[in-house]
Design a protein around this ligand. Structure first.
Ligand SMILES: NC(=O)c1ccc[n+]([C@@H]2O[C@H](COP(=O)([O-])OP(=O)(O)OC[C@H]3O[C@@H](n4cnc5c(N)ncnc54)[C@H](OP(=O)(O)O)[C@@H]3O)[C@@H](O)[C@H]2O)c1
Length: 282
């Protein structure tokens, strides 16, 4: 039984491969990578896999039974790229695809949701058995803001008092590995999020406590936050997208209290305090 993982060189993919290696012989694991040299360090079979090169994908999926399709990081190109992967999986006879989507994708106002919803629909129409992991935010998304906030004394955002049910990448990686190893998950849709939700005000308090420096949360309109991000050097499109995601957070779009993630991994999800500690040490 061969399991292949896309985005294997990414931060989530690397953790998933490490997790799978504890339970599956490396001969049965395939790291699918755009950068095959980087994937060499993973210690599994490596096959070339650039989503934007449809002509190479089916060959790299030969003999693969189960495919973890980790969503592409190229926002705006993702649906076309995922379509290429799903078409190649059909051609190669992949039996089961597990896809990493977005928390509450069909109802979400996050600008990221559209490409995930379209991918989920394509999977439903593909005729291939599939499982959807609708992942919430990673705690690690906040690392650079945590570090900047200590220097500034304020944590900027436009998320209001919206609660975020984030978890660590390791938590999501363990869930993905658990799911792809057990066929009982075929056909399921999981809303995966952290056990304990927090606001950016609460995150700021945690930063203050751990750093010993007063950090207060400065909430502002979306456009003002986007301007701050642009001023910090982010490209305009990305800055506006991030500020927009905060507005979605303020509406509760990243809150989930179902605890499906901790149920899957069989332990509580990691607290954000651990990520704050790691961020402050860097
Ligand atoms: N839940 C969240 O909070 C959150 C946050 C950020 C991202 N995400 C989503 O979750 C995914 C995994 O997260 P992550 O932290 O592991 O992201 P990441 O570290 O940026 O990794 C992205 C992976 O996608 C690969 N990739 C990008 N474009 C590709 C292409 N054209 N062909 C083949 N591979 C391609 C990258 O390959 P290279 O090594 O060659 O670049 C890398 O392996 C992301 O891609 C994104 O869709 C979720």
């Amino acid at each position: 039984m061969k399991i292949a993982v896309t985005g294997a060189t990414g931060q989530l993919g690397t953790l998933v491969i490490a997790q799978l290696k504890t339970q599956v012989s490396t001969e049965n694991l395939v790291a699918l990578a755009r950068n095959t040299e980087k994937a060499g360090a993973l210690g599994t079979e490596v096959r070339p896999f650039d989503y934007a090169q449809p002509e190479i994908l089916a060959k790299s999926l030969q003999g693969v039974d189960r495919l973890l399709l980790i969503s592409s990081s190229e926002i705006g190109h993702r649906f076309a790229q995922h379509s290429n992967v799903i078409a190649a999986a059909q051609q190669a006879g992949v039996k089961w695809i597990v896809y990493t989507s977005l928390l509450h994708a069909p109802e979400s106002s996050l600008s990221l949701a559209g490409e995930h919803v379209a991918t989920e629909k394509l999977l439903a129409e593909s005729g291939i058995a599939h499982t959807i992991l609708r992942n919430g935010w990673y705690h690690e998304n906040f690392i650079s803001s945590i570090q900047a906030s200590v220097a500034m004394g304020t944590y900027a955002g436009s998320a209001g008092e919206g609660k975020i049910s984030a978890a660590s990448r390791q938590d999501f990686a363990e869930a993905a590995a658990k799911v792809i190893l057990d066929e009982k998950h075929i056909g399921k849709v999981y809303e995966l999020a952290g056990d304990t939700a927090y606001t950016l005000t609460e995150l700021s308090s945690e930063i203050s406590e751990q750093s010993g420096k007063e950090v207060s949360y400065a909430n502002m309109p979306e456009a003002a936050y986007a301007d701050i991000l642009k001023g910090a050097g982010l490209p305009a499109g990305l800055a506006e997208a991030i500020a927009g995601w905060d507005t979605s957070i303020s509406q509760g779009d990243l809150l989930d209290e179902s605890k499906q993630l901790s149920q899957l991994i069989g332990r509580p999800t990691s607290p954000v305090a651990d990520t704050v500690q790691a961020a402050l040490k860097q």
